[in-house]
Design a protein around this ligand. Sequence first.
Ligand code: NDP
Length: 289
Amino acid sequence: MAIINGTLLAAKIKTEQANVISRYQKSHGSVPSLVIILVGDDLASLSYVRGKVRAAEEIGMEVRLIHLATTISQAELLAEIQKHNQNEKVDGIIVQLPLPEHIDPDTILESIAIRKDVDGFHPHNVARLWLSEPCVQPCTPKGIMRLLHEIQIPIEGANVVVVGRGNIVGKPIAKLLLDANATVTIAHSKSKNLAEITRRADILVTAVGKRNTIKSEMIKEGAVVIDVGINRDPIDGKLYGDADFENVSRKASFITPVPGGVGPMTICMLLENTIESYEKKINKNFLLK
Ligand code: NDP
C-alpha cells in the first residue's frame, strides 16, 4: 500500500506556479490576482480561507481577503462582488460557502463574472462541464484528477465508484472520470447494499462527510481509495476522512490520507484556475492590441 502525499505533490505544483508567476511579473509587469470573500465568522471557513490566502501569497499571487459581517445584506454582498467583477486587475473571485441563511448562495454564485469564477460553481461552467466543453473545472475534482494522473493510475475502462452526489465533489468528479473513459457508478445515502457496490471499485472516491463510512470489508484488495471527506472529531479535535484509514489502507494499493491528501490539491487547483484566468486576460489583451 502507498499513501498518496497530496501535500508533497501540491508543493511541487506550487513551485512551478511560482515560477510561472515570476515570469509574468517580468514579462507583463503584473501577476494573477485573487479576491476571497468571507461572510461571517464560521471557524472552519476562516481556517479554509486562511489556507487559501497563505498558498496564494507563497506563489507570489496577489490576494485579498474581504471579511464581511454576518449581518451584511444580499444586496450589499452583490454590490461588493460587482466591484471586483468590474476591476480588470482581478482574475478570480471566490465566495466561501456556506453563507448566512438570509443570503441565497445560487444568486451569489451566479453574480460572479464567468471569467473570474475560479471555483467553477457558476451554472455556465457547470453546464459546460456536463457538455464536456472547455470550462473552469471545480477545484477538488480537478485536484483528484491530477493526483490520479501523477501516480499513473489507469482510468480508462476502470470501474470507479463515487460515494456522494454533492454538487461540489461527487457529481463533477463522476463526470470528469466518465470523460476519462472510466465506468462510473455514483452511490449515495439511498443506495442499497453500498458495500456490494463499493467492492466492485478499482478506484473508490468517497465524498460523504461521515467518518468510517468506508470500512475495509467494503473495498476490493488493491483498490485505489481517494478520500475527500473532512470530519473533525469532537473529542480529539483531529481531522478524519470518510474511510477507516487504518484498516482500509491495509487493503488498498493507494490511499489519500486526511489531512494531507485531497485538501492541499484543492487549494493548488484554485491557484491554477486563477493563473489560467489571468492568462485568458493577457492573451485577449494581446489579441486586441
Ligand atoms: P454534500 O453534503 O453535498 O454531499 C454528501 C453526499 O454524501 C450526499 O450525496 C449524500 O447522499 C451522501 N451520503 C450521506 N450519507 C451517506 C451514507 N451513509 N452512505 C452513502 N452516501 C451518503 O457534501 P460535499 O460533497 O460538499 O462534501 C462531502 C465531504 O467532502 C465533506 O466532508 C466535505 O467537508 C468534504 N470536502 C472536502 C474538500 C477537500 O478539499 N478535501 C472539498 C469539498 C468538500 P444524499 O445525496 O442521498 O443525501
